[in-house]
Each structure stands twice: as C-alpha cells, then as structure tokens.
Design a protein around this ligand. Sequence first.
Ligand SMILES: [Fe+2]
Length: 238
Amino acid sequence: MPAKARIPAFGCQERYGLVWVALEQARWPLPEVPELENGTWATLWAGPYRWRCDASRQVENFTDFGHFPWVHPGLLGDPDRPVVPRHQVRTEGHVLHYAITRPEAANTDDFPVFGNDQAGPPERRSRYELHLPYTIVLRLGWGGERGMVYFFASQPASPDRCAGYVVIGRNYNLDQSDRVLRDFEDTIFGQDQVVVESQRPERVPFDLAAELHLKFDAVAVAYRKAMRQNGLAASDAP
Ligand SMILES: [Fe+2]
C-alpha cells in the first residue's frame, strides 16, 4: 500500500445515539445504561452544549450539589433549603459511585418534567456513576416506581472548549413531548454556562491545594484525585 494512500483508522462505536471514537487504544468499555436500550423507557437527546471551558469543568458542574439553590432556584433547588446532605464517594477503578437524597424544587407549571409528587417538601434520590474522565450516569428516583436516567458525556475539543451531550430516559410521562424536557435542559445548561465559563483556570486544577475544598466538595475532591491517579490530570496531558 503506498504511504500516500494510507489513512489512520480509529476504534468507533455507536451507543445511546452517540458516536464514540477512541483516538488511541480504548482504556475502558463504555458505561452500561440498560434503561436507554430496553425499548420501554422514553428517551430523548439534548444539547450538545458547547461551552468555553475544559470538559473537566463541565463534568464537575454536573456533579456539584451546592449550586442548585443558587444557580437554579425554583428549578433544581430551593433557596430555603440550601444545606447539602451528607454523602460519600466510593471510587472503584475509573468509576466514582455516590448517592444523595436532597431537597429539590417542586415541579413547575412551565417544566413539569420530574416524577416527584407534591405531597410534602419534595426530595430527590440521586445515584451517580462518574466514569472517568468525562461521562456521568445519574439515576433519579422519588421513592416509587418512577425513574429517570441522565446520561451525560462531555466531549473535549480543546483546552478551553467542550461539548456536552445529554441522553435522558424516563419510565413515566411517556406521552409528554420531548420539547418540554429539552427546553428545560436548555434552560438549566444556560444558567450553568454563565457561571462555569467565568471560572478560572478553564480546566479544573487537579492539585488539591490549589483551591479551598469543603465537605460538600467531596465529589470534586474524589474526581480530581482519581483523574490524577489515572494519569488524566492536566499536568499529565500531552
Ligand atoms: Fe447546574
């Protein structure tokens, strides 16, 4: 084969409606999200949300519990209930596991997208898997049969550019137009974008001494540690 006729080949896989490409040998398999493939859950896509920041910032934003009442008041958080409940992070290889039951805002008339009933102060049970480096699986429940799964992957484009892809599955509101949830995500990601794009440096500092971490930053601390341990921190990047 003449050298000029050769082109590089890359490992490629289509899953959850997204095309995944490994520019080098893939280190880990893609996350398993059976809810998005079993055919009985309603699924939709939102984004991509193209932000002027590193993918690590977009990922940490998705996992941050403290900001909900302040950045998304009335939509994802209740400013009258700002305390972040206790939570622990278990790191297994390249996957961080953590769960939290936290106060959330009531469903609004504009965006009736979640499965919580309105009987008391609503609470949301959230189980997270953060797959290094930039993928998150979030399962939401409200104590009953209703379930929702968020699949989020941030695509790194450059040191200060990324694109966030969202796939959402739910086993309720099956007849609801996708537009309701997609408009909701556009609103939420728009609120986050303003804050995250103002953060400096554009990539999260993986040195834990570089920023002040408090108890409710447990996920960010575990994320930064795991990224370093797996050779994915900024200082290890080419
Ligand atoms: Fe947010």
